[in-house]
Design a protein around this ligand. Structure first.
Ligand SMILES: [Zn+2]
Length: 280
């Protein structure tokens, strides 16, 4: 196609941020730090490699997700533990905070709730920043590895993609049929995954995660959460996923309860206040 004569001028128009976040309440990270200081562990679960596990995180508690044995990526789904209709909204979280999340960012729930489900309060990989390929860690751009795309591209019926792992774990946790559970599995937060878009074709890429045992991502639960996480069959996601080829490791999810009185000035966020008449 021939370029119009003013092509350069049109391209030179400066972009504007779609969703400026200056009006959002700023998370009180100092408050969360004080609450974390004498917090005690109240629960934990090991997520086996190529499988998923669930844990409940009461509002006002912390969820610590750790690498324990080797570099490994986790695909995380979050639900309101009291209402599975409210779940993590990866796309809007991306629109608000960018393609990757770190300390101070929030994980938002779907419509009509659209409120912070969790706040990222610690990230030992925050040093990584954005590498020379445009890659960064903890993305909200990937969807989750799934058997449908695997079948589409390569054929076959692999049952340990994150999508299937999350489906089985949610089914077990809430006594749902596989069909009911599958319909509730949603686009994930890719914990520890290092990803970006190629500069030439804008394709989604992954590269070996910089995560090492001892690294962790820690969330503060703003509402009662059911966390479901799959230890991805891609392992560190440096080469392949959706197969048994990659080296995989388990991961750890821990729940910590703040000391009494340390959250006196914290209140759970209300559901979104939009009137929902849609103008009728
Ligand atoms: Zn996966």
């Amino acid at each position: 196609m021939t370029e119009p004569t003013d092509a350069a001028a049109r391209r030179a128009i400066e972009p504007v941020i779609c969703y400026p976040t200056e009006t959002l309440p700023v998370p009180d990270l100092a408050l969360y730090q004080r609450a974390h200081h004498d917090a005690v562990k109240t629960g934990e679960i090991v997520v086996p490699s190529r499988e998923a596990a669930t844990i409940e995180v009461p509002a006002g508690h912390f969820l610590k997700i750790s690498s324990i044995e080797g570099p490994q990526v986790g695909d995380l789904n979050l639900f309101n533990a009291k209402n599975l209709d409210e779940r993590f909204y990866s796309g809007k979280t991306r629109a608000l905070h960018g393609t990757h999340v770190t300390t101070g960012h929030r994980l938002w729930s779907c419509f009509p709730f659209l409120r912070p489900m969790a706040t990222v309060v610690a990230d030992t990989l925050s040093w990584y920043g954005i590498d020379e390929f445009g890659g960064s860690v903890h993305d909200v751009i990937g969807t989750r590895c799934d058997p449908y795309t695997g079948n589409l591209l390569s054929g076959g019926h692999y049952h340990h993609c994150c999508h299937s792992n999350l489906t089985r774990a949610l089914s077990d946790a809430r006594a749902l049929s596989l069909e009911e559970a599958e319909a509730r599995v949603h686009d994930v937060l890719n914990v520890f995954m290092c990803t970006g878009f190629t500069r030439d074709t804008r394709q989604y890429f992954m590269k070996a995660s910089p995560v090492r045992p001892g690294d962790y991502l820690e969330l503060f639960a703003e509402i009662d959460l059911l966390a479901v996480m799959s230890a991805c069959p891609g392992g560190d996601c440096g080469a392949v996923h959706s197969s048994d080829t990659a080296t995989c490791h388990p991961m750890l999810m821990e729940v910590l309860k703040p000391a009494e009185g340390t959250l006196d000035t914290w209140y759970p966020p209300a559901a979104n206040g939009y009137d929902r008449t849609h103008g009728r």
